[in-house]
Design a protein around this ligand. Structure first.
Ligand SMILES: [Cu+2]
Length: 178
């Protein structure tokens, strides 16, 4: 709630700032002395190049920013009715995941904690690509939402070195087709 307010306030202030910049840029327009046609055409070329660079930059940002590995809040939300709570407890050296059978298309909300030391709760898809992760900390419950889209066996590994059998801290989450 407060995040939305901060977001709206920031956007408004950024818009005001942008308008001030645009206004100043227009006010500051100066007449160039007549340097001759060669210079004038160079200036024109520069303006075009700047415009082209802006278009390429905005296009590249638009195409790539959405691929960042942050779970978008709308994708992660799911409606309250479809969110499946999953209790996750890490301890030296195993995971307890309840339930560990989920359905594709369902948003899981992992409640992640630890009984002893810090562990790293990481979920890998069937191709062993990491899809979500958070810390498992004693005394804290970290919430992590993830919507499983494809069915299969997902692997849970520990990402935080937690003792001699750290490498054995693995578990499975089975995601059935919807
Ligand atoms: Cu570990």
């Amino acid at each position: 709630m407060i995040q939305e307010l901060v977001w709206a306030t920031s956007l408004t202030l950024m818009a005001v700032l942008a308008l001030v910049f645009i206004w100043v840029a227009f006010k500051a327009r100066i007449e160039l002395p007549d340097y001759g046609p060669a210079i004038a055409s160079a200036y024109q070329k520069r303006t075009w190049l700047f415009g082209l660079a802006m278009v390429i930059l905005i296009w590249a940002n638009y195409r790539t920013l959405s691929h960042l590995p942050y779970v978008s809040s709308s994708a992660a939300q799911g409606s309250a009715a479809t969110v499946q709570p999953v209790e996750v407890v890490g301890n030296q050296w195993s995971w307890t995941i309840t339930p560990s059978n989920l359905k594709a298309g369902q948003t899981a909300e992992f409640h992640v904690t630890s009984t002893d030391v810090n562990h790293g709760f990481a979920v890998y898809d069937p191709d062993m690509r990491i899809v979500a992760q958070t810390q498992a900390m004693p005394g804290y419950i970290n919430k992590l939402r993830y919507t499983f889209t494809k069915p299969g066996t997902y692997r849970v590994l520990c990402l935080e070195y937690c003792g001699v059998a750290h490498h054995q801290m693995a578990a499975d989450i089975t995601v059935a087709a919807r």
